[in-house]
Write a protein that binds this ligand. Structure first.
Ligand SMILES: [Zn+2]
Length: 291
């Protein structure tokens, strides 16, 4: 199946041409997914609804079906992406849903960045990428290695920055579509590392190198200072993974609401908190009104 009409790639390609970023929001439950979609429709913004494998293990095929229907029924383009599929089990599960049941992510991150060498990374990722392609699913890969961990992403140590010359070979050999580079970005908190210190020179090199060919995805966006957003978008980043910025206020609202209000009321209010935080990112990333 061709990737010509792939939703994730078409959303990212338009964003690159027009110079804005796409909120790829991690959604851990149905309510937060609904909050994201509401916000995108109101802001007339494209978006990416992002799941971790842990949500697939939890809700299985019916949950993926729900997310895909929710996203694709929206009045704006919203792709569904599986982030950090690091194990063969997670990849088998996600690709199996497509192959056996026709329920498909628009894109999957085939993440073998834990491999000891790039050759090994390619060898692990390639067969899964080929199967995704056959289903019309685009793929994201990580070259280099991001340290840290988030809820749903395992803790990793031993940072490796992305080497631009190797990145070219890597994208060609894996056949993947989207590159998640390591430019000093890390998952989770930057607090114990003296704050974020991204290598924007390296990001610029990669952005120039892959312009118009390979969309670039920013991971590790917790705690970033304001000037980072415009800067990364200017250098060619289009897919911006966001996790705790929206999740934490949503979870706090849900927990406080459930302690004092009827269940449906607490859920409705928390969903709106999620939506209001997503709306903030559409503004910051410049995607408002772009759908
Ligand atoms: Zn990540």
């Amino acid at each position: 199946m061709s990737l010509k009409d792939n939703l994730t790639l078409s959303i990212l390609s338009k964003a690159e041409k027009e110079g804005y970023g796409i909120l790829a929001q991690a959604c851990y439950d149905a309510q937060s997914a609904i909050g994201l979609v509401r916000a995108a429709e109101r802001a007339k913004s494209p978006a990416i609804l992002q799941l971790f494998p842990i949500s697939l293990e939890y809700g299985g095929l019916p949950y993926l079906r729900f997310c895909v229907e929710l996203a694709h029924a929206a009045s704006v383009p919203i792709a569904v992406h599986l982030d950090h599929a690091t194990t063969a089990e997670a990849l088998e599960l996600a690709i199996g849903f497509a192959e056996k049941h026709g329920v498909k992510f628009d894109s999957i991150m085939v993440d073998a960045s834990h491999a000891d060498t790039e050759e090994e990374n390619i060898a692990i990722a390639k067969p899964f990428i080929d199967r995704c392609k056959a289903q019309g699913i685009s793929t994201e890969v990580e070259l280099g290695r991001l340290e840290g961990g988030e809820a749903g992403v395992r803790e990793i140590t031993g940072e490796m920055l992305t080497d631009p010359s190797k990145a070219e070979v890597f994208m060609r050999e894996t056949g993947a579509d989207i590159l998640a580079p390591c430019v000093g970005n890390r998952h989770g908190s930057y607090k114990n590392f003296g704050g974020p210190q991204w290598r924007f020179d390296l990001l610029e090199t990669l952005g120039t190198q892959f312009k118009g060919r390979v969309p670039i995805c920013a991971h590790g966006t917790d705690e970033l200072p304001e000037e980072y957003w415009q800067r990364m978008i200017k250098l060619g980043v289009t897919k911006i993974n966001v996790n705790s910025w929206c999740r934490d206020p949503y979870a706090a609202a849900l927990s406080a609401g459930l302690a004092s209000k009827p269940f449906p009321e607490a859920v409705e209010e928390a969903t709106e908190v999620m939506a209001s935080h997503c709306a903030k990112w559409f503004k910051i990333f410049g995607s408002e009104g772009k759908a």
